[in-house]
Design a protein around this ligand. Structure first.
Ligand SMILES: CC(=O)SCCNC(=O)CCNC(=O)[C@H](O)C(C)(C)COP(=O)(O)OP(=O)(O)OC[C@H]1O[C@@H](n2cnc3c(N)ncnc32)[C@H](O)[C@@H]1OP(=O)(O)O
Ligand SMILES: O=C([O-])CC(=O)C(=O)O
Length: 371
């Protein structure tokens, strides 16, 4: 038995949710470029869960259910007030999602209907939780979700307490569409491994949030913004990046396990970054990002991934950088849930093997005789 480090190239599941074939990403066979330009996030959620785009009635029904479930139990909001103010935002989100199970009477109901309902609840509640967390740590009161508006709109409203501009809603909605699913990425795999023991959907999503948090995965979007903040201005880009490359340090937001010729989502976020810069009348972050891309691509041959331009976009939307990965989770919970439901449909325990490389033929030595 020989291990493949990082399971690179190993096909570990059959799935009909999203595909990456020859560098093209599709959700249910629809190219991400079409969805990014035309679909709303709620249409994508329906697509991932039901395998087809919704009719107007089906879409209205989903939006109504998301509204109905968007309110988070008071106990959970009260719990947020007790978290240390300096908590890591993804650790807080992971803890909240785990605790949501305690207040859901059907948390352990494994029927198909209950599992779909729990997927809707999680999708509805994550934006409320992230916005409430962000406000409470600033000493502000959480804002109750609005009914009848999309998740992008509601999230920005609950975060700021103000009616968001149409351009901000559209940018956020597109970002949510672009992050919704991505085949067997690390967090989705973690979710599938967890529920393949026939554990519940809250456990699966809690595992997934833990996996998304890391900087090699979803945590890279925050790390990109840390880097942009450290660089500070266009003139500093070249020496900063050169120094990183000389020290053989990774530059966050570049490279990908599957895409070697570029992540198809990045160009949409790059355009969004440019447009938001133009609207703000401040191109600094966009221009710094373009310069970093030029340097990394020419010197390392690495292309930006989904996490690179999302950092400047979210900052220009006025969002604090430690909410970037929680926003990724607000979107990706749609994909995690789709994969969890798919796993339950045709389940088998996921339990690979390890190549043993430890010592052999050892013997127990009494404690007093050990060196
Ligand atoms: C939503 C997402 O999860 S998208 C990915 C987000 N993560 C990041 O942006 C973090 C930065 N990128 C990386 O760490 C990697 O490119 C990963 C983890 C995304 C993919 O990694 P892998 O396919 O395992 O590639 P691996 O990490 O083995 O790198 C291969 C080589 O490219 C180099 N490399 C890969 N990414 C980078 C990078 N961002 N900056 C500099 N060098 C890099 C590695 O140092 C390594 O070089 P070596 O062969 O000389 O040692
Ligand atoms: O697929 C991956 O390995 C990471 C990624 O881009 C994603 O989860 O969106």
């Amino acid at each position: 038995m020989t291990a493949t480090k990082g399971l690179e190239g190993i096909v570990a599941a059959k799935s009909s949710i999203s595909s990456i074939i020859d560098g093209v990403l599709t959700y249910q066979g629809i190219n991400i470029d079409e969805l990014a330009e035309q679909a709303s996030f709620e249409e994508v959620v329906y697509l991932l869960w039901h395998g087809k785009l919704p009719t107007q009635d089906e879409l209205d029904g989903l939006i109504a259910e998301l509204g109905q479930f968007a309110t988070v139990p008071t106990e959970v909001i009260e719990g947020l007030r007790l978290y240390p103010k300096a908590s890591n935002s993804m650790a807080a989100l992971r803890t909240v999602v785990s605790s949501l199970a305690l207040y859901d009477s059907e948390a352990n109901d494994m029927s198909k209907e209950a599992n779909l309902r729990k997927a809707i609840k999680l999708q509805a509640q994550l934006p409320t939780v992230v916005a409430a967390y962000a406000r409470i740590r600033e000493g502000k009161e959480p804002i109750a979700p609005k009914q009848g508006v999309g998740i992008a709109h509601n999230f920005l409203y609950m975060l700021t307490g103000e009616e968001p501009a149409q351009v901000a809603i559209e940018a956020m909605d597109k970002a949510l569409v672009l992050h919704a699913d991505h085949e067997l990425n690390a967090s989705t795999f973690a979710a599938r491994v967890t529920v393949a023991t026939l554990s519940d959907i809250y456990s699966g999503v809690t595992s997934a949030i833990g996996a998304l948090k890391g900087p090699l995965h979803g945590g890279a979007n925050e790390a990109v913004m840390v880097m942009l903040d450290e660089i500070g201005s266009l003139v500093n880009v070249e020496p900063y990046i050169q120094n990183k490359l000389n020290n053989k340090e990774k530059v966050m937001g570049f490279g990908h396990r599957v895409y070697k010729n570029g992540d198809p989502r990045a160009k949409h976020l790059m355009q969004m970054s440019r447009q938001l810069g133009e609207l703000k009348g401040d191109m600094t972050l966009y221009e710094m990002s373009i310069k970093i891309e030029d340097l990394i691509t020419s010197q390392k041959g690495l292309k930006p991934n989904v996490d690179f331009y999302s950092a400047s976009c979210y900052t220009m939307l006025g969002i604090p950088r430690d909410l970037f990965t929680p926003i990724f989770a607000i979107s990706r919970v749609s994909g995690w849930s789709a994969h969890i439901l798919e796993q339950y449909e045709d389940n088998r325990l996921i339990r690979p093997r390890a190549e043993y490389v430890g010592p052999v033929n050892q013997h127990y030595v009494a404690i007093g005789e050990r060196g």
